[in-house]
Design a protein around this ligand. Structure first.
Ligand code: G3P
Ligand code: CA
Length: 278
């Protein structure tokens, strides 16, 4: 068992280990601001424009979704198909267009910005590699694996000298185990979205994850404290309202994944300033 103080020390240690080239680690003991799919209210999700906006908003970390195309290249994309967030349907004249069934050459020509706003027309679906180059220039990537095997992710991180400098997360805990076996020092987050039952929490041990990222409406002070006692950092996804942020912070949350990173940063800054007595 670890004490909550040790959990905070561990999180500071995580950022010390991530610090190579990532700028100053955030102050230990305050919740990390993690931009969801980039700053996805300001720019089309999972594009370089969204990642740039998240850097400008001062996000400690930037979450993205990653999937493999038919030839095994890793791309930033949330859905299994390209239909919602690109012009693939019109360009390829079929639907659905599954990323796992098409080639890199077909993906490279797609527009991933026009659906969001004409101002963003011309944005491409970024490769995971290009996204990491941008994000690591001023923040830390939180890579959510949606598809692709553990070997492909570890190969890319090794090629780019990024093992231990980003966090990999997944709902697929068997995938996390595989990554852990390949690269035991790679920081991992286990995602969950249902009531965190004792069995589920027990199963965390096999994943190699030291971070638990849970759907925020299922988090309670008791769950957070039990996870802290076991030595896990606890992150919440994806609250966007001030009242939810304040409640989670009061409960000791270690990181918040949000679609409003700029507003969350401002809330955390305000909390750090002592308020005058009424
Ligand atoms: O970061 C966790 C969160 O992104 C999981 O849900 O559907 O947005 O990938 P989803
Ligand atoms: Ca995600």
């Amino acid at each position: 068992m670890h004490s909550p103080a040790k959990t905070v020390a561990w999180q500071a240690g995580l950022f010390a280990c991530l610090a190579g080239g990532c700028g100053s680690p955030p102050s230990p003991g305050r919740a990390l601001v993690i931009a969801h799919r980039g700053d996805s209210r300001q720019a089309p999700e999972n594009t370089l424009a969204a990642f740039r906006a998240a850097l400008a908003a001062g996000a400690d970390m930037i979450e993205l979704d990653a999937r493999a195309s038919a030839d095994g290249t890793l791309w930033c994309l949330h859905d299994a198909t390209l239909d919602r967030t690109t012009n693939a349907r019109a360009l390829l004249d079929r639907t659905p267009v599954r990323i796992g069934e098409i080639s890199s050459q077909q993906i490279e020509i797609l527009d991933a910005g026009g659906w969001f706003d004409p101002d963003f027309a011309g944005q491409r679906v970024p490769t995971l590699s290009s996204a990491l180059d941008l994000i690591q220039s001023g923040s830390v990537a939180l890579i959510e694996r949606k598809s692709g095997d553990a070997g492909a992710y570890i190969r890319l991180l090794r090629e780019k000298d990024l093992t231990g400098k980003v966090v990999v997360q997944s709902f697929d805990w068997a995938f996390l185990e595989q990554v852990h076996a390949l690269e035991p020092l790679q920081p991992l987050a286990a995602l969950g979205d249902k009531d965190p039952s004792p069995d589920r929490l027990e199963a965390l041990q096999g994943t190699g994850a030291r971070i638990v990222a849970w759907e925020y409406q299922h988090l309670t002070p008791d769950v957070i404290s039990r996870l802290h006692q076991r030595g896990y950092a606890v992150w919440a996804w994806t609250p966007d309202r001030e009242a939810d942020w304040q409640r989670l912070i009061a409960w000791g949350i270690d990181g918040i994944i949000t679609n409003r990173p700029g507003a969350l940063s401002a809330t955390i800054r305000r909390r750090a300033v002592p308020q005058p007595a009424a």
